[in-house]
Ligand binder design. Structure first.
Ligand code: E4P
Length: 225
C-alpha cells in the first residue's frame, strides 16, 4: 500500500521523503489555509519537491470551473492529481478530465455507492473519509472494505485512497484490506514510527555499553571515526 502525507507543510513532507516513508502527498483547502502562505506558490513547491502523486483540490463547484481549474492543476506537473468533490458536477468534470489523460482524485466520499459512481466516471483515485464517518458513530472502515470489493468484483481500475485517517490502526487495517493507498497526517506517521519498547530497548543497549566502558576504564567506540 502506498502512503501519502496528508499535509501542505513542506518541512514535514521533506522529513518523510528523506526517510522513504511516503510515496506522495494530498492537500486540500483546509491544509493549505493552515500554512498561511500563497497557496498557488506552496502547491507549486510541493509538486516540484515530491516525485510521486500530489493531489491538489479545485475550489470551483460548477462543471466548467472544475474542468478549467483541473486543466491548470494538471499543467503543474505529470505528478499533479486533480482533486474534485463527490458531486454531480464533480463527476462530470472527472469524466471529461480523465478522457484527456488527466489524473483525478474524487474527494469527500462517504459511501460505497459514491465510490462506485466515482470509479465509473474514470477517477484515478477515490478517497473515502473514514475518520469523519467514525466521528459520527459510523464504521468508516466498512466503506473501505465494501468499495474494495466493488472495485475488484467489477474490474474497475480506480485506486482506493483511504483518507481522513486518525490513528495508526486505520493505516494498518487499510493495508490489511489491500487498499491501494492511504493518506496520513504527519502526527499519525510519527506515531507509526514510535514504540515505547524501541525507546527503552535502545536506552538499555547504550547504558550497558557505557557500563562496559567503565569496567574497562575507557569509553569504547570501535567503529566511530
Ligand atoms: C483527503 O485527501 C483529505 O485531505 C483528508 O484526509 C481529510 O481528513 P480530515 O477529516 O482529517 O480533515
Amino acid at each position: 500500500m502506498k502512503i501519502f502525507a496528508d499535509t501542505a507543510d513542506i518541512q514535514q513532507i521533506k522529513k518523510f521523503l528523506d526517510m522513504g516513508a511516503i510515496d506522495g502527498v494530498t492537500t486540500n483547502p483546509t491544509l493549505l489555509a493552515k500554512q498561511a502562505v500563497d497557496p498557488a506558490e506552496q502547491v507549486e513547491k510541493i509538486v516540484k519537491l515530491v516525485p510521486g502523486p500530489v493531489s491538489v483540490e479545485v475550489i470551483s463547484t460548477d462543471y466548467e470551473g472544475i474542468v478549467g481549474e483541473g486543466k491548470r492543476i494538471a499543467e503543474l506537473g505529470d505528478n499533479a492529481v486533480v482533486k474534485a468533490p463527490m458531486t454531480q458536477n464533480g463527476l462530470r468534470a472527472v469524466k471529461a478530465l480523465s478522457h484527456e489523460g488527466i489524473k483525478t482524485n474524487v474527494t469527500l466520499v462517504f459511501s460505497p455507492s459514491q465510490s462506485l459512481l466515482a470509479a465509473k466516471a474514470g477517477a484515478t483515485y477515490v478517497s473515502p473519509f473514514i475518520g469523519r464517518l467514525d466521528d459520527i458513530g459510523q464504521d468508516g472502515m466498512s466503506v473501505v472494505r465494501q468499495s474494495l470489493e466493488i472495485f475488484r468484483n467489477n474490474s474497475l481500475g480506480t485506486q482506493l485512497l483511504v483518507a481522513s485517517i486518525r490513528h495508526p490502526l486505520h493505516v494498518i487495517e487499510s493495508a490489511k484490506l489491500g487498499a491501494h493507498a492511504a493518506t496520513v497526517p504527519p502526527d499519525v506517521i510519527d506515531k507509526m514510527f514510535n514504540h515505547p519498547l524501541t525507546e527503552t530497548g535502545l536506552k538499555r543497549f547504550l547504558d550497558d555499553w557505557e557500563l562496559l566502558g567503565k569496567k574497562l576504564g575507557s569509553s569504547i567506540a570501535p567503529y566511530r571515526n
